[in-house]
Design a binder for this molecule. Structure first.
Ligand code: FAD
Length: 464
């Protein structure tokens, strides 16, 4: 590398984590900062275009947040969903930094609104972006232009020269031409590898062909592969991911939030044999929605059906595609191509097993089944009021967890536990340090902003 490289800091990926890094690097004094984005300008920002909210700790009411959400409770919530598969130091760092992230985002021009109603009860823990992820990204990119950060679009990174864990340069391929940029420091924020179906197939087998990818087709893991080839240490299992139940009729990529099906806890879910397979009322939906993609992935042909009756109408955020309806269970079964006799048996047994309490979807109520396998432990109500409604479900992959190991300064670890002197990672590509499994709504943005800001600060300091 020459003594005067092209850039002080290069950031790969222009989503939330990458833009948090680029803006912070500039704030911290790096004068020449470049963001390299694979997507065209109109679809810049990867999965971050689709987000709605940020999870944040706070000791008392703060902005749009009600009451308090203390570090201890946040940590307990994370411990519960991950089953302990988390790096406590990095997780606690993320939790403690979350309040500063909220304030910093507002300084970048991001605006928040209180939690929306519906099946996700988040008013204490999560703040919603006014205008969603697109508005968030527009604020970042506006600020980046104002403070002189360079951005190039439609420029996938296809090579990185790394010597002994130290970056020298980055290759970008545009219009068939390779261009090389030298840099003092590199932040990698290129997302997960969920859009790479071949890679998913390595982990999941042929089931991966039935997965729907909720976000960007540009998050294909090519940069993660470059890092692995260069000897970066990897954390997380390749089949661990955030995966929810989405409408099976959604497009293969990029449908975003509107394909999510939120009525699971209000009714029952059956597989293509018309049989139930899991407790639909195990816990509040924000704590359980992210297990359903995996559960459906384990069912025959990776398909399932959420079934509710007229009593649940209006109690959940409806997805974009209308429900499939029937005036009787037989009619519904026919419309879903399920065996009517089995579906009737499943629903009859469910109805008979219900011990009715006082239905209240805002608390863990006392409406449950007894003597059924699997039980439904809350919000169990008979399915007997026509019209009956159903949504076909597929696993909807949000993002994969396997990624590179980082330390508290976001430095990437290479073979022999050597930390890179000038390569940092933020966002989905390192989320597996904190999320070994499971998920908490809004945590993706907290991890990305926390480690984006840390990596921007550290990269600027290294370059300076
Ligand atoms: C539908 C949906 C809803 C979500 N809602 C929420 C929510 O409300 N709250 C929450 O916390 N999380 C949410 N998430 C998860 C959240 O999107 C991610 O955790 C977060 O946005 C990740 O940010 P990131 O910057 O790491 O990745 P991304 O935002 O995906 O950015 C990665 C960027 O890297 C670019 N890139 C990839 N490969 C290359 C390459 N080779 N060269 C150059 N650039 C490359 C991509 O084009 C992309 O712009 C949601 C995800 C989806 C799909």
């Amino acid at each position: 590398m020459t003594s005067n490289p092209d850039y002080d800091v290069i950031v790969i990926g222009g989503g939330n984590a990458g833009m948090s890094a680029a803006l912070t690097a500039r704030e911290c004094g790096a004068s020449r900062v470049l963001v390299i984005e694979a997507a065209p300008e109109h679809s810049r920002g990867g999965n971050s275009r689709h987000v709605r909210n940020l999870r944040c700790m706070h000791d008392q009411a703060l902005g749009v947040f009600q009451d308090s959400y203390l570090e201890s409770e946040y940590w307990e919530d994370l411990l519960q969903v991950t089953g302990g598969r988390t790096n406590e130091d990095l997780a606690r760092l993320t939790i403690r930094e979350s309040e500063a992230c909220f304030r910093w985002m507002m300084q970048q021009g991001v605006r928040f609104q209180p939690a929306l109603g519906g099946t996700l009860q988040l008013s204490r823990t999560n703040a919603f972006f006014l205008g969603g992820g697109k508005a968030l990204l527009n604020s970042y990119y506006r600020k980046a232009a104002a403070i002189g950060i360079d951005v190039i679009y439609e420029s996938p990174v296809t090579g990185i020269t790394i010597e002994d864990g130290k970056v020298q340069s980055v290759d970008v391929t545009k219009d068939g031409q390779v261009k090389t940029f030298q840099t003092r420091a590199l932040v990698i924020a290129s997302g997960g590898f969920q859009a790479n179906i071949d890679w998913l197939r390595e982990a999941w087998g042929p089931a991966a062909d039935n997965f729907i990818i909720r976000g960007s087709p540009f998050d294909d893991g090519k940069v993660l592969r470059l890092l692995m080839d260069a000897g970066a240490t990897i954390t997380g299992d390749p089949d661990q991911c955030h995966a929810i139940a989405v409408d099976a009729r959604a497009p293969k990529f990029d449908a975003g939030i509107v394909s999510r099906v939120d009525c699971v806890s209000l009714g029952i879910v059956v597989n293509q044999e018309a049989k139930r397979f899991y407790d639909e009322g195990e816990d509040f939906w924000p704590k359980r929605y992210a297990i359903w993609g995996r559960l459906i992935a384990a069912q025959p042909d990776q398909i399932a059906y959420a079934i509710i009756d007229a009593k649940s109408s209006g109690l959940y955020l409806p997805p974009l595609t209308p429900s499939i309806m029937g005036n009787s269970i037989e009619e519904l079964a026919k419309a879903l191509s399920l065996d009517p006799t089995t579906l009737k048996q499943t629903i009859n047994s469910f109805n008979l097993a219900i011990e009715m309490g006082e239905f209240d979807h805002t608390i863990l109520d006392n409406c449950h089944t007894s003597g059924l396998t699997p039980e439904k432990t809350h919000w169990a109500r008979t399915i007997d009021s026509p019209p009956f409604m159903a949504y076909p479900l597929r696993p909807g992959i949000t993002f994969t967890y396997m990624g590179v190991v980082v330390n508290e300064q976001a430095r990437v670890m290479f073979n022999d536990n050597k930390l890179s002197p000038n390569i940092y990672a933020a966002g989905e590509i390192m989320a597996g340090n904190i999320l070994g499994k499971g998920y908490l709504a809004g945590l993706g943005m907290t991890i990305g902003t926390t480690f984006g800001r840390i990596s921007g600060r550290e990269a600027a300091s290294h370059a300076g």
